[in-house]
Design a protein. Sequence first.
Length: 453
Amino acid sequence: MGKHIKKIYVGIDWGTHSSKWAAEVVTEEGGSIFLSAIISSDLLVDDGKITMAPPDGYLPKIERVSSFKRYIIDDPNTPFWVGTRNDINMSMGAGVVFSICTLFRDFLSKLSERELIANNFAEIEVGFSFPNWLKENDFNSKTAANNYHQAIVISCCLFKIYLPNPGKQYSVRKWEELVSKIREDIDFPPDNIISIADMTKPYRPQDFKGEDNNNLQWRYLVESCAAGLPYLRNIKLKTPPGLPGLVKLLVIDIGAGSTDIGYMLRTIRPRDGGENLFYFPPAVTLPVAGDVLTESIKNFHDSIGRNITRTEAENYKIHKASEWINKPFAERWKKEICEHIEEYIKNSPDRRWLDVNVPLQVIITGGSAIIEGLSTEVGKAVNNSLIERGLPHAVAKNVEIISDNIFAGAFPIQDDYARMAVAIGSADKDKPSLKYLPKMDPPTHIVVGSERY
């Protein structure tokens, strides 16, 4: 006998190499169930049919389309909804929608496997992680962000119509016709532009399309915020003299295609003891992450006559770190990421709490978080940035790299949680409680213990 679903909070992290989803399923019988999965983001087109996450060994002579997500930001001025790409035989927008809808299907299939029954009245809230693409007054980044938003709108409108299965072929022609039909019925308001400040506002299919589909809504969460939110909620509050409670969190999410960095706060309101959760403008996405390291490893082997495939280079990166970690290319990789971290922290617009002598907690997430020696270099970079910011030595050294695994029950191996962090945070039940702060100015002075700021 299955359980009936009351509400679902699902987080979607459509990634460069792999895509993840995590969900908390609240049942009518009481309690909740946690589900999650990781599938390949690869697309494969053969004989007029497209597949996401094609099975290993399937048609090995045909090139898979990897890192498709990167195309959105790398070339935002390519027509998104018109024309046909040679690699996927459809428009870029149709390919993005196909990827997102496949993730929806994977999630719904797991509900069915667990005999979890969702009727038409079960509420579904989807949280989409949004890469740190947005730059102020930058046309290209805003174009890329809005293209992604439109693809998500169409994907959510397709939720009750048709969803392709991962690993299964679907006609390219039929998919394009389906997407085109949905697009014809959608009205995108001219002012419907995504901004960092209102990421967590709710959207519903009926906001864009007339039909009743009101049990589904979605929100966005900046990728670095999503990776850090579970920790921001769970870190023990620091309560030095003069402060009712404070958590400062630096999030560094190093995936396959990019490194996303963000800074977050949790404070206690003196007047009523309630909590505030804040996020500041994140760093602009750094296109240096796991892919760059894999390519460097491949180039190194090729240069010494040991030609290897990209897949072999990826396996070598993961399983034989001790053989390459001290090579010059690895040092350059770590240095570039750390320089990005230093610039972000040094110029943080938090002029109130960042400068207070309460530990700055640092969490490193993403598939590349496990790289040997990376956390040590990150710690040094954060220390250096706080010193360059002009803070006293004691404050600059008060940095803690988080090693606790708060989801050890679901992910006993910390590395697995690091990969799932963005999806888990995107599934948070109360994303609107996270408020945006463009800056925070200092008061006339702050006193913490015997120190005056």
